[in-house]
Design a protein around this ligand. Sequence first.
Ligand code: OKP
Ligand code: ZN
Length: 345
Amino acid sequence: MQTVFSSIQLRHAPVHEISDGQVKAAVETPSRAEAVLAQIRDRRFGSVVPPFEFGPRALRRVHSQSYISFLETFWERWTELGRDGEAFPFVWPIRSLRQEPLPDHVDGLLGRYSMDAGTPLGEFTFAAAKASADTALTAAQLVLEQGHPAAFGLCRPPGHHAGVDFYGGYCYLNNAAIAAQWLRDYGASRVAILDLDYHHGNGTQSIFYERSDVLFLSIHADPRQEYPFFLGHADETGEQAGTGFTRNWPLPYGTGWTGYEPALEEACRWLVVYRPDYLVVSLGLDCFEEDPIGGFRLTSEDFKRLGARLARLNVPTIFLMEGGYATATLGINCLNVLQSFEEAR
Ligand code: OKP
Ligand code: ZN
């Protein structure tokens, strides 16, 4: 299987994040991608190719123009105030406040276009997020246009928390949604997204919530106990034309393979019934037992079981990396999924 990756993605190098009431060292770091690359090389898994540069249209199919422009022009607005470090929002237009007019001040815009205070925006964030989206699109292209049975987009920064017009959860552009929409635009009738990250993919779900042409399935920590807290419950099953085309399996803190596998089996049954032309896997690896921010207990061996199970679906598959923060083991777990997938095909 080929891996797509661009070194531009490494230029987004957050220093801090805000969590647990503290300013802490960022966990979503360039070393995550380097750990996966090292493992690809050690195992001689396959070639690593750079992404093609896609034009603005592919992003615009998912994100609003005003949001994209904000990300693109952010650093200029930030530095013209004499600020030079990474930015965090601190005020949001919640329920009783007004959504319009948009503020002129960058501090107001940060709140308007974000969902949390824990996600830094820096000088190279947009460039890296764009390269990450190009990586996802190129992986989709390998499968759609070049007939590869599978491809791996080593996306970073991740994407699944980003919505039409907001960033958050270390995500800025929704790589999986952009790839799925591109597949729809260039040939696929039905695309399924299986989100296996420990955290619910609220951005992806919200983007496709009213559509039947993109099935969204997610297995994740129960939002009653875990970030992103405000989406991902079992009763969210889609609306309008999308009714029945979203499914969530919220699982309790401490879930191991015995609790995880039945949910995965159910998700696989939905995939068989839906018969997607392509499967996009939002491959978070933070369900790992040693993940510093995740509370599940999957082992490195379980990730092999996961990959082998997905292979049995026999659907052209685009793997896109999302979270996973146990950097020392991240490459092993990621390659356990990908290699077992390939061996079981
Ligand atoms: C991004 B992805 C830890 C707070 C962490 C943000 C989590 C973002 C996860 N005390 N908050 O889905 O892996
Ligand atoms: Zn996650």
